[in-house]
Write a protein that binds this ligand. Structure first.
Ligand code: PLP
Length: 361
């Protein structure tokens, strides 16, 4: 059986180091806001190339806190890709802002920069980008629009840890960026975790306080905050795995390249990248007219696949008010997309197997 993602195998590579850190945390009895958070935040900011990073409880909170720190609320509009994972949109709703959906580019699956300007109104406050499936958004046009209309730009980097755009890492391309360390992400912990990175010290201090009851000094509350912190065990695990992230991403690129060069089946549309360094292949999404049949065929041949995602956000019950709208490109993607197994622990034999079986379909 070729698993979609073998998390046990992924994390067992670091078993000894993880055991040592957890033992240290148990021995010291310090579980929150301690030295592991400090070290990881410093190393993660350095990795992203930003001045600051702060650990939070999960990726959704990271997105939430960025919007909250800017004090955007009712009546404010935030532009977001229509085909993102729903969390990006939920964060906008949770702040009582209006998500304004923009169609993606069918070749990159990222927001189509040419369709943004027509959605900008006097109420638009920000553009929330998503580096979907691991590929960095092409930023030029977006930076231009932000400047022209005085908008903030935020990044949802939950699927793209380590991806580059023109020599800079994602997370360092905007005013503030959110990361998720959900176990299956390219950098994942052993539970929930997230981070915000930015270059503005005031914003960093505010987000750090907002995630800690709005408190910057113990028992002093500047803001009506929330409780959203990364615990010490997760920070310790992440710091161990961060050192291997570039190597893991390189292996993902290698597998992706192998798939792109060797899958030869005219029923299948392969994913593309405009620059090998821009993509960290969180998933390897192919498209085909008979997606469900292909998924069944692969399952019968012991290859696990997943669909990212089966239903577009505007078709979800949670967003009833949008159910009658049409976003043709988004819907086409949700109808035809299928993610093949890709992970740093896959063997060459498994990769060849996937290719052979798909080519016989
Ligand atoms: C995983 C994910 C999130 C949410 O992260 P959590 O840590 O699960 O809250 C947000 N946006 C995108 C694009 C994601 O893939």
């Amino acid at each position: 059986m070729i698993k979609f993602l073998d998390l046990e195998k992924i994390n067992n590579r670091f078993r000894e180091e993880i055991d040592t850190s957890i033992k240290d945390i148990l021995d010291k009895g310090w579980y929150l806001q301690g030295k592991y958070n400090e070290i990881f935040a410093k190393n993660f900011a350095e990795y992203c190339g930003t001045k600051y990073a702060v650990g939070v409880a999960n990726g959704l909170d990271a997105l939430n806190l960025i919007i909250r720190a800017h004090e955007f609320g009712e009546g404010d509009e935030i532009i977001v890709p229509a085909n993102t994972y729903i969390a990006t949109i939920l964060a906008i709703s949770e702040n009582d802002c209006t998500p304004v959906l923009v169609e993606p580019d069918i070749n990159t699956y990222n927001i189509n920069p040419d369709l943004i300007e027509e959605k900008i109104t006097p109420k638009t406050k920000a553009i929330m980008l998503v580096h979907l499936y691991g590929q960095a958004v092409q930023m030029e046009k977006i930076w231009e629009l932000a400047k022209k209309y005085n908008l903030k730009v935020f990044e949802d980097c939950a699927q793209a840890h380590g991806a580059y755009y023109q020599g800079k890492r994602v997370g360092n391309l905007s005013d503030a960026a959110a990361f998720s360390f959900y176990p299956g992400k390219n950098l994942g912990c052993m539970g929930d975790g997230g981070a915000v990175v930015c270059n503005d010290e005031k914003l960093y201090q505010k987000i750090k306080a907002l995630g800690n009851y709005g408190s910057h000094v113990k028992y002093e509350n500047l803001y009506k905050g929330v409780n959203s912190r990364l615990d010490e065990i997760q920070a310790a695990v992440l710091d161990i795995k961060l050192k291997h992230l570039d190597k893991d991403n390189a292996r993902r690129r290698e597998i992706s390249k192998y798939y792109r060069e060797n899958i030869k089946n005219n029923k299948i549309i392969l994913p593309q990248t405009y620059d090998e360094n821009a993509h960290v292949w969180h998933v390897f999404p192919i498209r085909t007219e008979d997606r469900n049949e292909l998924q069944e065929y692969l399952a019968k041949n012991d290859i696990q696949t997943l669909i990212h995602y089966p239903k577009a956000p505007h078709k979800q019950e949670a967003y009833k008010e949008w159910n009658n709208l049409t976003y043709p490109i988004t819907e086409e993607i949700h109808r035809t997309i299928l993610s093949l197994p890709i992970s740093p622990v896959m063997t060459d034999e498994e990769i060849k197997n996937v290719v052979n079986i798909i080519n016989k379909y």
